[in-house]
Design a protein around this ligand. Structure first.
Ligand SMILES: [Zn+2]
Length: 246
């Protein structure tokens, strides 16, 4: 029997009364559970298997089966604040979907669990506070690292000097930055908001317009993993950004 903390990544109906739940478990990576009777009102799992919930699950792992039977699920944190903040919710959904679609299946994913648990915990704790502005960008940067696509945003890729001011350019194909001296007369391709976002991320500061840095990192990561895997919740995130004007 395996007892593990788990983050619910995705849930869909399997029949009139059952769910299929895909969760990132701390011990066994991504596991697909069949939850018979999960849709019934008197289900013992209650909110523990709601998407994005952090729970403790108990299950017997059958390596020959695609779907595992869940024995117990106990809610640890439903992330109430995060759910009430549409922008935080949209970012959490993108993170969950990216892990589900991009992370390898069938192997332990301790780094991914730790990063996702931290980011969602911060979206919950920092809700409505300036600290929340850098959570998604920091998760993207660390996730790139965990998946072997490490970016160096602190050193100029041409002169190898450590940045002492916001970078003048970011090249999404290589994930590298260029300092002001090296860019010279060439017009940089990035917006000022992206440049300031990189600088503030490095400094651990609040980021005024995080969407530009988030999109730059998303472009870099998706360029390496492949755009063929569509991240459906990105359209919800972009729609929410429009509503909030950010
Ligand atoms: Zn330089």
């Amino acid at each position: 029997m395996i007892k593990s903390r788990a983050i619910v990544l995705h849930r869909y109906a399997y029949s009139d009364s059952s769910w299929i739940v895909k969760a990132l478990t701390e011990e066994s990576g991504i596991v697909s559970f069949i939850v018979k009777g999960g849709k019934r009102k008197e289900s013992p799992f209650k909110g523990a298997l709601d998407p994005l919930a952090l729970s403790e699950v108990v299950f017997r792992e059958n390596p020959n089966a695609e779907l595992q039977y869940i024995k117990e699920a106990t809610l640890i944190d439903w992330r109430k604040n995060m759910r009430e903040d549409l922008l935080a919710l949209a970012k959490a959904q993108v993170m969950a979907e990216m892990v589900l679609r991009y992370a390898p299946q069938g192997i332990p994913l301790q780094a991914e669990f730790a990063l996702l648990e931290q980011a969602m915990g911060e979206l919950e704790r920092f809700c409505g506070k300036p600290e929340s502005s850098s959570v998604f960008a920091r998760w993207l940067l660390k996730t790139c690292d965990a998946w072997g696509y490490t970016l160096d945003l602190s050193t100029c890729s041409r002169c190898s000097k450590a940045l002492d001011a916001p970078p003048a350019d970011f090249i999404p194909e290589t994930g590298t930055i260029v300092c002001k001296e090296c860019v010279g007369e060439n017009a940089p391709r990035i917006r000022q908001e992206t440049s300031e976002g990189i600088w503030n991320l490095l400094k651990g500061n609040e980021i005024a317009h995080p969407q530009y840095l988030e999109n730059a990192l998303l472009t870099y990561l998706r360029q390496h993993i492949g755009f063929h895997k569509e991240i459906k919740s990105l359209s919800f995130l972009n729609g929410t950004r429009k509503i909030y004007g950010c």
